[in-house]
Design a protein around this ligand. Sequence first.
Ligand SMILES: *Cc1c(COP(=O)(O)O)cnc(C)c1O
Length: 360
Amino acid sequence: MARVFNFSAGPSMLPESVLSRAAAEMLDYNGSGQSVMEMSHRSKVYEEIIFGAQSLFREVMGIPENYKVLFLQGGASLQFAGIPLNLLNGSGKADYVITGQFANKAYQEARKYGEIKLVASSKAQAFSVIPPLDPADFTPDADYFYICHNNTIFGTKWSQLPQTGNVPLVADISSSFLSEPLDVSRFGLLFGGAQKNIAPAGLTVVIVREDLIGAARPDTPTVIDYKAVAENESMYNTPPCWSIYICRLVLEWIKQLGGLEAVKQRNDYKAKLLYDYLDSSAMFRNPVVPEFRSIMNVTFVAGNEELNAAFVKEAAAAGFVNLKGHRSVGGMRASIYNAMPVEGVEALVEFMRAFEAKNS
Ligand SMILES: *Cc1c(COP(=O)(O)O)cnc(C)c1O
């Protein structure tokens, strides 16, 4: 068996120990005589899995008591509608900052439901920065203020969170989930799809402050009404059982690594290896203003389209797969989520060095 180094932006690598454990438990989970894939979600044996995952989430992220952890389906994209449906219930206004494609999608979706203000955008800078904000532009009576914490496609991340006062801050953390400690109390709501850093596709995690639950618009579909989901312990309908099981194994793995502080150190180290090389290279270049560089998604170009294409092709042949940039931006992108081992990044940098030497 030869495993490659998979730099996919999502679905992406999972820790090998998690995959091995899932394989070992595939036919008979914990003496139940069933695979987790086959279990009733209402069974005692499954309840232990889903409640275990929720309480590990609370423990690993240090989630305060007055927040709920909800397991949903429909991807992060469904929450682009779920958030306005649940939260646009006071003034009907919200502020959005557009820092990339997913923030823009969220903004466009929210506009179906209320008076949405585009507070700032970094489109003119090709999303290579997080735009400066002027609090004078904020809507004082907004129901919430929306950001995308880590921009998966462009490789940028907020270096400082906006100060929104009493207006709840809402953040899409799909691609930065569990990558570093986060002060949950700074947010009204955090959400993300699991397939970047938590589990296989199918699970969406929403962490929401309790006082924001319970005033959804009457036409909100019940499966995304946070009140119904919370009251039914994320089992209003069938949850994504398998993905939640893997999520629990991943959280246990994070605990073994030493928690999110240790995970952050490891992620910072991996990202620095790659950025240091990119900054020293005469061929490769990262387009992001350093202050806003993501530690999860590292974008780069080789100088021209032919070199980019040759690099992606040769890298794949050498076992470094999914390095092609998003179809909307081109170039390359190395997604180095939690499960990417340090050796994977070291080997990639070695490969890039050799490619540069050969082609210059
Ligand atoms: C991948 C991604 C999404 C889309 O997630 P889906 O689960 O496919 O809907 C949204 N936001 C960010 C930041 C992402 O990285």
